[in-house]
Design a binder for this molecule. Sequence first.
Ligand code: GDP
Ligand code: MG
Length: 434
Amino acid sequence: LGRSLSKTMKKLAGMTIVDEEVVREVIKDIQRALIQSDVNIKLVFNLSKSIEERALNEEPPKGITPKEHIISIVYDEMVKLLGEKSHELVIDDKPYRILFLGLQGSGKTTTIGKLARYLRKKGFTVGVVCTDTWRPAALEQLKQYTEGQDVSIYGDPQNRDALDLAEKGLARFQKKDVIIFDTAGRHKEEKDLLREMEELSAIVEPHEAILVIDGTIGQQAREQALAFRKATDIGSIIVTKLDGSAKGGGALSAVAEIGAPIKFIGTGERIDDLEVFDPERFISRLLGMGDLRSLLEKVEEVSEEEIAEESLDAILSGKFTLRDMRVQFEMMGKMGPLQQVMSMLPGAGKLPKDASKMTEETIRKYLIIMDSMTEEELEKPDIIKHSRIRRIARGSGTRNEDVKELLKYYRVTKKAMKGLGRRKMGGPMGQLMR
Ligand code: GDP
Ligand code: MG
């Protein structure tokens, strides 16, 4: 899907004039690509209709070419197809009980390994209970996936009673932040499987039942999800095997349609191949447009300029907070090598010595750390002391030293910033802030 769509987009990007005929041609290409990836015909039809309508009737915003306008409409409408918002997994109770459901081979056990790692990185303690009495070596597989991650596993190959295993595991892991229950996906009959899920559900009383669906099955994902939803209250969905599958778009759109949020996608067999599902990012990648991001930024520029302006006011009034620093980092990230930006800053000499050595990697790390801070902490960094540092480090999967380093960088920068006046700001940084 990705390849043909990105070809379509490139074709469009190369055109000098855009008229009705071009719009129709682009839509036809999109239709072809979506149908090939097993997206439901009705969805494809609705999508093409809204793209066509908007492309032909809407006036491009000021400063946006008709071509760019169509690209952003295509993007917009495709994101809508997948549910627009991303949904986080929120651990708001302890122990937070997650029941994994899904057919044999859909990727439950693999995904549990990935999710356990994801949660460990966020600082949660995790116990996994194996209730799969069907697959030989189910327990071994779990152990293998969670090796070296400080995740506790409970299972007993001698015990053939899934419900009993669930009960024992539940009792054992009461002190954990999260308990994940792996289940069997196979029974002699589908109704037996669904009944077992119902019974398990009654014992576990999950905060969240996560349905795992194999992304290579395309549109059929819808039927599968509906069947499981009859048996249990599905809280969310993970679609796996989206690496290299031609039918990923079909599965995702089919599942998005039933209304349970897709929280993660599996993009490979390795432990790190789990992504928080973000429809916008997914579509950008699908359309194969790095350019797309800058285009959309252009559309959103106005609001960003406002943010930058606010941030500058904050600096000038000496009220430079961590939130302001985050805005700066985000902007720097878009502007390329930081060294260059920094060297153009008047007063650069006053900035922390390591500033010029700040790599994109460090910026990314700092952004992740700041993501783990509360609004209050971003606003009043002075309250961040020992226990908060520990919490933030745990939450962001970094070390206490990293958080301290960030805070130090913030303080020195704040001091240096005080000396900078609006007029003195030259170069791209100055433009950015004006
Ligand atoms: P379960 O029966 O639902 O527990 O499924 P498993 O976790 O045992 O996975 C079945 C197969 O799918 C294994 O060979 C996994 O390596 C593979 N698999 C799981 N998730 C992904 C994924 O995101 N991408 C790819 N390529 N393979 C996956
Ligand atoms: Mg399994």
